[in-house]
Design a protein around this ligand. Structure first.
Ligand code: NA7
Length: 529
């Protein structure tokens, strides 16, 4: 069968854009298929008020081209969604990417044809495209989770999902708003919605930990300093588990004297951001150590929130850092506003949405607008919403019925010539996504170039290599406290989803080392045809 392209790339977020750039550089023909009207992926869809990245802007950026690094100017410590989207568009323009992207088109099906060893890709616009390879750059947090709450369709007012926010924005001035969720999207948007709305009612199922961002405009002298030392900073970051350049204190929390421990937590709290969890090296390994950090944050909540009952309800009871830590600007203080009410629903699920609001514990809450800050079907959702079929017509959803199985988070046995960028089993969401994405893309690009050189047209993960990697991913997760709570890392937010810790927790350096060793050993664990 004649191929239309060497490679079809699904998605034009940061992964898909860089993949296209690398493929072009190698002389492969490629077409990117993107559901949105523009590039940016996550940053295209998540336009809710207050959306910003919680990795510092100078680190959450591409590093493949020093000229791009030098010409782009970040303006804030943590970049807003509009600024990151502007950056994505700048990259698309700079490398002339748009001419190979088909926008407003969603891939609906991808099936491997065993006789011709090609993929047949179908879209919601009726396209049927044939390609040798498919690269799924479809994102880890890109399939919004709309909760299955009875009556959702009956609500008379507008309903907004944070992960699919109207492009024209929403003005809540004078409105009463009900908001479900207290994850990162809620924690970022609540302070802003609270300032606009007449009244905001927040429905909280699980209280969450958040660390102040202490966001600020970037001082030009600091930016110049970063630009002069980008290479060193990127190198330091790549050598650390999360791919973020931050200082990790190697001491144990529980073995540090109380006063010194408090001083160190306070120092990190005052600095702001994720670095709080690097105050000690054993916070996710030892529950007694973890409790010292959790107690510190709980004390901050009680200091900040005036009403003791609200403070108590907002104080999380689980392991800090087990669910993804949040970074905020004025979250706790929002609950001191007279127009904000917290409704704790940890013991009783929402009964139903009604035309005028929702009912929980037999009480009706009325509001004009409903905000669903209810997250995503993480890591597997975007892939499983496509009908992907490998050898023998086997559906990916059947292969993954007990949880995702993939070799290095990059490939799957039974699905030749299909690559996933930051797929399940890769460090992905536990790391700074940009360096992780670049590492994956480079690995795939180098692999395709190596195949071309040796005249191979098919690559497939061996089942035994996949099983060993899946086993290693599971074992690594079992060694930390991170797999112990009901987070989206384990699929707990989606009813019926298999409970498996999906990302690889071994850290970026160990993962990169493994990927490089696989290549050095002639693509160990892969069969070529
Ligand atoms: P999250 O972190 O998954 O948060 C979703 C929130 O919505 C969370 O508090 C959930 O409670 C809550 N939720 C979900 N379904 C329901 C139902 N049915 N009833 C009540 N509450 C519900 O998503 P975000 O968009 O905030 O953040 C996702 C990631 O994006 C974040 O980690 C960053 O990486 C950026 P739960 O905790 O499940 O009890």
């Amino acid at each position: 069968m004649k191929t239309d392209f060497d490679v079809i790339v699904i998605g034009a977020g940061f992964a898909g854009m860089y993949m296209l750039h690398r493929l072009r550089g190698l002389g492969f023909s490629a077409r990117v298929i993107e559901a949105g009207k523009g590039v940016g992926g996550t940053w295209y869809w998540n336009r809710y008020p207050g959306a910003r990245c919680d990795v510092e802007s100078v680190q959450y950026s591409y590093q493949f081209d020093p000229e791009l690094e030098q010409e782009w100017e970040w303006t804030e410590r943590y970049a807003t969604q509009p600024e990151i989207l502007k950056y994505a568009n700048h990259v698309a323009d700079r490398y002339d990417l748009r001419r190979d992207i088909r926008f407003e088109t969603r891939v609906t099906k991808a099936a491997f044809d065993e006789s011709d060893k090609v993929w047949l890709v179908e879209t919601d616009k009726g396209d049927r495209v044939v390609a040798r390879f498919v690269v799924a750059a479809s994102g880890c947090l890109s399939a919004p989770n709309t909760p299955r709450i009875e009556g959702l369709a009956d609500f008379a007012g507008p309903t907004y999902h944070t992960g699919n926010w109207p492009h024209e924005g929403v003005d809540f001035t004078g409105k009463t708003v009900g908001l479900i969720g207290t994850g990162s999207s809620a924690i970022q948007s609540i302070p802003i919605i609270a300032r606009q709305a007449r009244h905001l009612t927040v429905f909280q199922r699980t209280a969450n930990y958040t660390i102040p961002a202490h966001n600020r405009p970037l001082d030009p002298a600091y930016v110049a300093e970063v630009k002069a030392s980008y290479r060193e900073m990127r190198k330091r970051a790549k050598g650390l588990p999360a791919g973020i350049d931050l200082k990790i204190n190697m001491a144990s929390a529980i073995e540090t004297p109380d006063e010194e421990r408090r001083r160190l937590y306070q120092e990190r709290w005052d600095y702001g951001g994720f670095g709080f969890m690097a105050a000690f090296s054993d916070l996710l390994l030892n529950d007694r150590s973890n409790k010292t950090a959790a107690d510190f944050v709980r004390a901050k909540i009680r200091e900040t929130v005036a009403d003791p009952a609200t403070a108590e309800a907002l104080a999380p009871t689980n392991i800090i850092g087990c669910k993804r830590l949040c970074v905020d600007t004025g979250y706790w203080a929002s609950f001191n506003r007279p127009n904000v009410t917290l409704v704790d629903i940890r013991d009783t699920a929402i009964e139903r949405i009604t035309p005028t609001g929702l009912r929980v514990k037999g009480t009706d809450h009325a509001f004009d607008c409903l905000v669903l800050a209810t997250g995503f079907d993480a890591m597997t959702g975007a892939l499983l919403r496509i009908d992907i079929r490998g050898r023998g017509g086997v559906a990916l959803k059947d292969k993954w019925s007990e949880g995702p199985k993939a070799y290095l988070g990059l490939t799957m046995a039974g699905f030749p010539n299909l690559f996933t960028i930051t797929g399940p089993g890769s460090p992905s969401v536990l790391t700074n996504m940009l360096p992780s994405i670049e590492q994956h893309v480079d690995w795939i690009a180098d692999c395709l170039a190596a195949m071309r050189q040796k005249g191979a047209t098919v690559i497939e993960a061996e089942k035994s290599a996949e099983e060993a990697w899946v086993g290693h991913v599971g074992e690594s997760a079992g060694n930390t406290l991170r797999s112990t709570c009901s987070s989206w890392y384990v699929g707990a937010n989606i009813p019926g989803k298999p409970r498996v810790f999906m990302p690889y927790i071994g850290g970026l350096p160990a993962y990169i080392e493994r990927c490089e060793a696989v290549v050095a050993k002639g693509y160990e664990g892969f069969a070529f045809g």
